[in-house]
Design a protein. Structure first.
Length: 187
């Protein structure tokens, strides 16, 4: 600064003679600290926004997934019920053909499982009156199918293969299975 005295240059600043002039390093440190706090605050705000957006997306995803999971659970329970019916029929058929009691194991196990699967479907479809109606229609069909299976097994025990064959030839058991499977497919 040519031609100016130290007092002249000091007049334009806040520094006055007799005052201690703050060092440039102190000012720089102060500004850096303030800038760091500002950057930290902005980063925290961004992190909070990203966290909130992620939380919202997770909740939305769960809300979309829950009905799908519920439908899948109903489908799985109805398939389990159909499998139990087929297992009962398979066990009955094996016994009718052979007359050996060990072939009744799938029949007996399936009879026990049918009630469990029906109860599970009742709970899963409690929020849907149409599905509840179908289950009410299905219950007597399953009962008649089990009755037909039991009659055939008893006929084989009491009267042999010919007696059991006469019941099988009526096709009532097949008709009950078709009705049951049709109703189950509508769930």
């Amino acid at each position: 600064m040519y031609g100016t005295s130290p007092t002249a240059s000091a007049r334009g600043s806040r520094w006055r003679p007799g005052m201690v002039q703050p060092s440039l390093d102190h000012m720089t440190q102060y500004l850096v600290k303030r800038a760091n706090l500002l950057v930290f605050g902005v980063l925290l705000a961004i992190l909070a926004l990203v966290g909130a957006a992620t939380w919202e997306r997770l909740n939305a995803s769960r809300q979309v997934r829950e009905p799908s999971q519920h439908s899948y659970d109903i489908l799985l329970a109805s398939k389990d019920l159909a499998i139990a019916l087929r297992d009962a029929e398979r066990g009955q058929r094996g016994y009718v053909l052979t007359g050996r009691d060990e072939y009744l194991a799938p029949y007996d196990a399936a009879r026990d499982r049918l009630g469990v699967h029906q109860g599970e479907l009742q709970k899963l479809t409690a929020d849907n009156p149409d599905q509840q109606r179908r289950l009410r229609e299905l219950a007597p069909v399953i009962a008649r199918k089990l009755e037909e299976l039991a009659q055939t097994v008893q006929a084989r025990r009491d009267g042999g293969l010919d007696a059991a064959e006469r019941i099988v030839d009526t096709d009532a058991g097949r008709d009950f299975m078709v009705d049951a499977e049709r109703t189950l497919s509508g769930l």
